[in-house]
Design a protein around this ligand. Structure first.
Ligand code: PMP
Length: 377
């Protein structure tokens, strides 16, 4: 099938595959500096760090490697907000990824107050509501850069400025935005930012937390003194090298990828909208959005039936992280969709290597499947 689920993960860039194979050829622990293998590994890690830092306008020493964004998000929350939690508040949105919402639930059980800033029908956070909820107890604001289900991009520089004005640290989960959007970690007011390589055509199992110089961060794992003990454990040299290559490519191709994905998505939308038989609505912010992410709510046809009817296409209902849990997506319900509408919603994620022909093919498959299902009703 044609892979159109790039919000769940991305295929490896061929350049990244080359880097991985080359790096795996040698043993090397960047903290074993009594021999040349260790020194070579250290150089590899440093080079990758520079590419990752450059992608987000950060300094290399502000990057901490983690096993992915789930761990980076957990490290940001537990590392920046320390016990006792009673009397402390974290402000977030109802449409964050579960790797933000679940740790916050745990912290809430231990006394933390979790407050949700309102989002509108397109998933945009209300800055007025956010500001009204900041108080003397606010220990952290965490708001994603872009949503993984509906593609809406948040006004990061305005949120960061607001947090700076109130002297409150701000973390953003930038996992989905990093491949196609300009992410500026040097924004005044931005304290921490999470990344994941596998959403950038890099390998799975490696991510990073940017943490601004001078910020105190409590570790969540305890072990050796790697990464200044802020995240101990032997660094996976090859995964990091692959992440570095992916970041370098994302940096070089960002504008091109953005524009070509936007035009592919436009083409897909046009074919669906112009078909008189297809009843479809598009979710999320129509303007400030991830160019390759389409969230479509169909009339009358269930998402699961549609997906089963199209074995040629690999697309998802809601988000992959939730599709096993059964209930309607918390993101779709937070932007006002009924559970029934959420059940008629699919997500299509276009990516760097999807061609125009494939996109037109996908549109024709969707139209044909939709028309067949309508007839069987
Ligand atoms: N945040 C967002 C917005 C995501 O889309 C994902 C992946 N679905 C994650 C965090 C978790 O990333 P990882 O798979 O690297 O743990």
């Amino acid at each position: 099938p044609l892979f159109l689920d790039h919000q769940s993960t991305t295929p490896l860039a061929p350049e990244v595959r080359d880097t991985l194979f080359q790096t795996y050829e040698q043993p090397g622990n960047q903290d074993s500096l009594t021999h040349a293998f260790g020194h070579a590994a250290r150089q590899t890690v440093q080079k990758a760090k520079r590419h990752i830092a450059a992608l987000i306008s950060a300094h290399a020493d502000e990057i901490i490697f983690t096993s992915g964004a789930t761990e980076a998000n957990n490290l940001a929350l537990f590392g920046l907000v320390t016990p006792p939690y009673a009397g402390k508040q974290v402000i977030t949105t109802p449409i964050e990824h579960s790797s933000i919402l679940s740790p916050l639930k745990e912290m809430e059980k231990q006394g933390l107050t979790v407050t949700f800033a309102a989002v509108d029908g397109q998933g945009r956070v209300s800055l007025t509501d956010l500001e009204s909820k900041i108080s003397g107890q606010t220990a952290l604001v965490t708001i994603q850069s872009a949503n993984n289900e509906i593609g809406t991009i948040q006004p990061l520089s305005r949120i960061a400025a607001l947090c700076a004005a109130h002297g409150v640290p701000f973390h953003t989960d930038a996992v989905q935005a990093a491949a196609t959007e300009k992410i500026d970690a040097s924004l005044p007011g931005l304290t921490a930012l999470s990344l994941s390589a596998h959403k950038l055509y890099g390998p799975q199992g490696i991510g990073a937390l940017f943490i601004r110089r001078g910020t105190s961060l409590s570790p969540t794992l305890f072990g050796g003194d790697q990464q200044n003990s802020r995240r101990p454990g032997t660094l996976p040299t090859a995964l990091i090298a692959g992440f570095g290559t992916a970041a370098k490519l994302a940096h070089q191709n960002r504008d091109h990828d953005h524009h070509s994905l936007a035009s592919l998505a436009q083409r897909l939308r046009d074919i669906l909208i112009q078909n008189p038989h297809v009843d479809v609505r598009f979710n999320g912010d129509p303007d400030n959005r991830l160019p390759g992410c389409l969230s479509l709510t169909f009339g009358r046809i269930e998402a699961e039936d549609l997906i089963l009817e199209m074995p040629e296409l690999a697309i998802s209902t809601g988000s992959a992280c939730l599709s096993s849990s059964g209930g309607p997506s918390h993101v779709l319900t937070a932007i006002g969709l009924s559970p029934e509408e959420a059940g008629r919603t699919v997500r299509i994620g276009l990516g760097r290597y999807v061609t125009e022909t494939e996109c037109a093919f996908a549109a024709s498959i969707i139209v044909a499947a939709y028309e067949r299902l309508l007839k069987t009703q």
